[in-house]
Design a binder for this molecule. Sequence first.
Ligand code: ADP
Ligand code: SF4
Ligand code: MG
Length: 361
Amino acid sequence: MTTLSHGPSGSPGSHSSEEGDLVAGPAAPPPPGVRVRDLVVVYKTPLGELPALGGVGLTVDPGTITGIVGESGSGKSTLALSLLNAVQPPGRIASGSVEIDGLGDVVRLDGDPLRRARGRHLGYVFQAAQNSLNPLKTIGKQLLDLGRSHGVADLAALVRDAKDLLGRMGLDGARVLDSHQHELSGGMRQRVGIMLALVLNARLVILDEPTTALDMITQATILRIIREIHKERGLTTLMITHDMGVAAEVTDHLAVMYGGQVVEHGRTTEVLGSPAHPYTQGLIRAIPRLSGDITKASALPGRPPTLGTLPKQGCVFQERCPVRMDVCATVAPPPVTTHGRTVACHATAAAPPLDGRKEQP
Ligand SMILES: Nc1ncnc2c1ncn2[C@@H]1O[C@H](COP(=O)(O)OP(=O)(O)O)[C@@H](O)[C@H]1O
Ligand code: SF4
Ligand SMILES: [Mg+2]
């Protein structure tokens, strides 16, 4: 089992996919990469089956902390669940693939291999993790159940590692393991969720809104721990958040979702520094501490689409886009990758290369 050392925390942009930077033990395999292709996930609604993900493509480089941002309803949680092949009815993965290094296409996994992959290869913190614990069992009992169900031989080491992780997140590990969930605050339960996602040493860790419902100080602590553990264990981490500030602080790559599509993806510093997609530009303008000028912060006009109000053809963002063109109403813009930045927008495709381009006022 990997032991934790209290190393310095990485700063945004400092994470490296170079194995030499990572302290995951000499025998540890490299962190896994992820390739999502043409992923369509539909939910059954009174209007029939409607797509929550409309053909998502996303490549996550090994060893990165990739943020997935976007307004509520953009499909972030659905994408996260798809990475575990855990979309529940009334939803289903209709088509596409999710290739994870070391696991293959998880869309094709089921039964025991899928169950073993969750936890061992894929650590996951559900949105509202504080509600996903079993109210009838102590945290320690749930930890042992988790270990046994994954065939962990050394349960004492598992408990030690759990206490260590909880300790680093500012909790009394022994006390927490002896507690039932109702004896813990929301913030404590959130940290228990993070511990459970990490304790089996999964190398791909997916955190869905891990700091929502936490106060600012606890949030800062958790973000620091996520960065530290990511680096020490040599993980690939996906961090889903609707908070661009959190994404700016923690991630080195950023994927922006809108209406069930990834509309922009690239290095966080570049996406935030010179956003190319009109939606990303609008999101950043709406956040005073990112736009840098409180007086100029302006909310994104309009409302995000629901499954029933998504445009049937053309660009998903057309109804709110300030630079919409005729073609946008009929032709969906294909994602185009230039210099490591992927953008799906007709206007960007027609513009000069991204390098050195500044955000339009
Ligand atoms: N169980 C469900 N049944 C029907 N629609 C759902 C269900 N879960 C999510 N959706 C819809 O799918 C879309 C994407 O949701 P979600 O992935 O939760 O977005 P996000 O995490 O970005 O807020 C939304 O329009 C949401 O209403
Ligand atoms: S494709 Fe058209 S509507 Fe969509 S974001 Fe680009 S310019 Fe706007
Ligand atoms: Mg969500």
